[in-house]
Design a protein around this ligand. Structure first.
Ligand code: TRP
Length: 342
C-alpha cells in the first residue's frame, strides 16, 4: 500500500493571469520544454483555483486560462508527451488540498512571505483561500507524487512547506507515502527584467507596455520594443563582470544568451566592444526569429478555442488516471471508508 521509491515526475503550475510575456517564456515555458526533452513524465497546470484566491472576472479568467494553454503549446510543449491541464478539471487537487489544510499548521502559513506581501495590512479582509494557497500548491504537487518542481526563486518557500506537509503526513500516519519533492529553482540568468528599468522584473502589471515583450506581440512590435529598450551610453564589456552595476545592459545580454542558448561569457566574447546601436539590431533579429513563430502559433490557437478545450479535457483525463488512485490511497490511509461495489 505504501510506496518507498518514487519514479521521477515533473510538475509545475502557472497562474492564468493574462499578458504572458518574455519573462514567462524564458523563465518558465522554455524550461518546461527543455524538461520534455529529458523524457520524464511531466504535468503542467494552469492553476485557475489559485487564481480565484483574489478576485477574477469570470470571462477574463476563461480567456487567460486558454491563452496560457495556447502559450504552453506555442512554446513547444507537446500535449501528447506532457500532460496539460487546468487545475479545476482535476478535482483531486482540491480534494487533497482539504486533507492538507488539516495537516498544515496556522503558524506555518502565517510565516509565508507571499501571504504577508499579498494580504498586506488588510489580512482580515483577505480570502481564506489566499491563506490556504500553499496547501493547495502542495496538493497540486503531491497528488502526482511529483519529485521535481521547476519554479522561480519566489516559490522556494512554498516548496519547503510542501516538504513539511509531506513529512508531517508521513510521520503522523506512519507511512512513506508522499515524496520529499526537489525544487528546481530557476537561475538569475533566466530572470528577465523590464526593458525600461533593469532593476525591476518584467511584469504583466507594469503600466508601460514598452517594458515587456508580450507573447501576443507581432514581429514589428517586438523589434520596436528592443530598439527602444533603455541602455547606457557605454560599449558592451567583453566579460560578465563588466555588466555589474549595468542592470539594463546585463538584462539585454541575458535575454540574448537565453534565446541563443549560449552562456553570457560566450555572448560577450562575440559582442564585447560593440555599441548598443550595433547590438540592439542583433538582439531584435534574434528575438523576432525566436519569438514570432511562438506568437503566431499562439494567435492561431486562440482562434481555435475548441482545439484548446479538447487538449485540456484530454489532459485532465490522463491526469486523473494518476491522481484518482493517489487520492484514494490517501483517503484510505487517513481512515475514510472507501466505496465498495454495490
Ligand atoms: N504558486 C505558483 C506561482 O505563483 C503557481 C503554482 C501553483 C505552482 N501550484 C504550483 C508552481 C505547483 C509549481 C507547482 O508561481
Amino acid at each position: 500500500m505504501t510506496e518507498t521509491t518514487f519514479t521521477p515526475r515533473v510538475f509545475s503550475g502557472i497562474q492564468p493571469s493574462g499578458n504572458l510575456h518574455l519573462g514567462n517564456y524564458l523563465g518558465a515555458l522554455k524550461r518546461f520544454v527543455d524538461w520534455q526533452a529529458k523524457d520524464v513524465e511531466s504535468i503542467y497546470c494552469m492553476v485557475d483555483l489559485h487564481a480565484i484566491t483574489v478576485w477574477q472576472d469570470p470571462a477574463d479568467l476563461k480567456k487567460s486560462t486558454r491563452e496560457l494553454c495556447a502559450g504552453f503549446i506555442a512554446a513547444g510543449l507537446d500535449p501528447e508527451k506532457s500532460i496539460l491541464i487546468n487545475q479545476s478539471q482535476v478535482p483531486e487537487h482540491a480534494q487533497l488540498a482539504w486533507v492538507f489544510n488539516c495537516v498544515a499548521r496556522m503558524g506555518w502559513m502565517q510565516r509565508m512571505t507571499q501571504w504577508k506581501d499579498k494580504a498586506g495590512k488588510n489580512a482580515q479582509n483577505a480570502s481564506l483561500g489566499l491563506f490556504a494557497y500553499p496547501a493547495l500548491m502542495a496538493a497540486d504537487i503531491l497528488v502526482y507524487h511529483a519529485t521535481h518542481v521547476p519554479v522561480g526563486e519566489d516559490q522556494k518557500q512554498h516548496l519547503e512547506l510542501t516538504r513539511d506537509i509531506a513529512i508531517k503526513f508521513n510521520h503522523d500516519y506512519g507511512v512513506n507515502f508522499f515524496p520529499e519533492t526537489e525544487p528546481v529553482i530557476e537561475g538569475a540568468a533566466t530572470r528577465v527584467m523590464s526593458l525600461r528599468d533593469g532593476s525591476k522584473k518584467m511584469s504583466k502589471s507594469d503600466p508601460s507596455d514598452a517594458s515587456r515583450i508580450n507573447l501576443t506581440d507581432d514581429a514589428d512590435a517586438i523589434a520596436k520594443k528592443i530598439r527602444k529598450a533603455k541602455t547606457d551610453p557605454e560599449a558592451l564589456p567583453s566579460e560578465a563582470k563588466g555588466l555589474e552595476e549595468r542592470p539594463e545592459a546585463r538584462n539585454l545580454v541575458n535575454i540574448y544568451a537565453a534565446m541563443a542558448e549560449m552562456s553570457v561569457d560566450q555572448v560577450l566574447a562575440e559582442v564585447g566592444g560593440k555599441q548598443f546601436s550595433e547590438f540592439k539590431p542583433m538582439l531584435a533579429d534574434l528575438a523576432v526569429a525566436k519569438m514570432s513563430p511562438i506568437t503566431t502559433e499562439m494567435a492561431r490557437l486562440m482562434e481555435n478555442q475548441d482545439e484548446i478545450d479538447k487538449i485540456l479535457a484530454r489532459g485532465s483525463e490522463r491526469a486523473r488516471a494518476i491522481t484518482a488512485p493517489i487520492l484514494s490511497q490517501t483517503y484510505d490511509i487517513i481512515g475514510m471508508v472507501r466505496p465498495v461495489e454495490v
